[in-house]
Design a protein around this ligand. Structure first.
Ligand code: NAP
Ligand code: GDD
Length: 339
């Protein structure tokens, strides 16, 4: 039997790593789309699985998407590429919208004009719920995005559903809540914390700065979440699914748990921008208002009942295990950097 062919955009990102690993395990021929930049491509993709076929393309360039689809003739497209850092979406709102919103439309149009039978997965986001109308959030919850990124993801979600309704395409969204891993970018709060805590443990850093400690997120493990992406495209009918853990923790709790992992428990003192986290009277965490957002998403909590019922999916990794996995990976990485 011929191998199924999958195209994964955003191959250099966290989810690209875990999804391509899963698809290879399932026997797919995997193509990973990357965009060109000034860094040497071999150097950039050097650490990635050698079984992935890399192909250049950019979500801002529709001609490149048509070329990619013509060339590799995929059965399934997983659209993971995006400007995904919420904070940056205020400083670069236009390019964020071009990539994260219109990029989805370009890919859908490219699929429609090359082979509308290709199954399409869109990486939709819990950021769409923003200033939440309901707790917990499920597939019926209205959207109230709070950032240019969130607004772009709402467009991506709607245009995906619209192409499904208008052209009978197998186009689906996974509405994924925050998912993390040792492959998470260092700008995102979880990896920033685990990396800083590892450096403090190794004597490479004294203190690090954060923004809003009281924001709550429903944090899961990326390795569990990519399984849901694949399952969504294996169903008989296209549909949209919330993927979450149904457990929320604050940034503050994430910091505390990370320090507990290295046996350096901390206590908090002060309030607002003067609050500090201390271990044995030594300040290890400070607040910097630079990391606050113009409009915050205070709390996210997902109800994944539909995914559980229809896909048989459930998260496997618990919060404490996720934190431990990330801190330990950062300790290992920082130790080897020291050598
Ligand atoms: P990530 O690590 O930031 O990866 C984003 C990827 O998109 C990178 O490979 C990046 O390539 C690529 N990209 C950016 N602009 C592009 C363009 N114009 N053309 C082609 N590729 C482009 O994100 P992630 O955490 O893996 O998330 C994957 C997807 O899920 C994203 O769409 C994100 O918005 C969404 N999502 C993530 C979460 C989460 O908690 N992780 C939750 C919900 C939804 P470069 O290396 O060239 O920058
Ligand atoms: N990045 C960052 N850095 N966030 C901080 C900091 C800091 O120093 N201090 C506090 N935070 C708070 C943010 O204000 C936010 O409330 C929370 O930590 C999480 O921030 P991020 O880790 O940057 O993630 P996000 O929730 O904004 O967005 C991520 O999850 C979305 C799904 O809900 C991204 O992966 C998005 O692409 C994804 O769609």
């Amino acid at each position: 039997m011929n191998k199924k062919i999958a195209l994964v955009t955003g191959i250099t990102g966290q989810d690209g790593y875990y999804l391509s690993k899963l698809l290879l395990e399932k026997g797919y021929e995997v193509y990973g789309m990357y965009r060109r930049n000034s860094m040497d491509i071999n150097e950039r993709l050097n650490n990635m699985d050698k079984r992935i076929n890399f192909i250049d393309g950019d979500l801002t360039d529709m001609a490149s998407l048509i070329r990619v689809l013509h060339k590799i003739k995929p059965d399934e497209v997983y659209n993971l590429a995006a400007q995904s850092f919420v904070h940056e979406s205020w400083t670069q709102p236009v390019s964020t919208s071009d990539i994260t919103a219109l990029g989805v439309l370009r890919m859908l149009e490219a699929i429609k004009s090359t082979n509308p039978k290709i199954k399409f997965y869109q990486a939709s986001s819990s950021e769409m719920f923003g200033k939440v109308y309901k707790i917990p959030q499920d597939e019926e919850t209205l959207f109230y995005p709070r950032s240019p990124y969130g607004c772009s993801k709402v467009y991506g979600f709607n245009i995906t559903r619209n192409y499904r309704d208008s052209y009978d395409m197998f186009a689906c969204s996974g509405i994924l809540f925050n998912h993390e891993s040792p492959k998470r970018g260092r700008q995102f709060v979880t990896r920033k914390i685990t990396n800083s805590v590892a450096k403090i443990k190794l004597g490479l850093l004294d203190v690090f700065e954060l923004g809003n400690l009281d924001a709550k997120r429903d944090w899961g493990f990326a390795g569990d979440f990519v399984e849901a992406m694949w399952l969504i495209l294996q169903q008989e009918n296209p549909d949209d699914y919330v993927i979450a853990t149904n457990e929320a923790h604050s940034v503050r709790e994430f910091v505390e748990e990370s320090f507990n992992t290295i046996d350096m428990p901390i206590t908090w003192e002060g309030e607002g921008i003067d609050e500090v986290g201390k271990h044995n009277d030594k300040i290890v965490v400070k607040i910097n208002p630079e990391f606050y957002r113009p409009a915050e998403v205070d709390t996210l909590l997902g109800d994944y009942s539909k995914a559980n019922k229809n896909l048989g999916w459930e998260p496997r990794t618990k919060f404490k295990d996720l934190v431990k996995m990330m801190v330990e990976a950062d300790l290992k990485e920082e130790e080897s950097n020291k050598k």
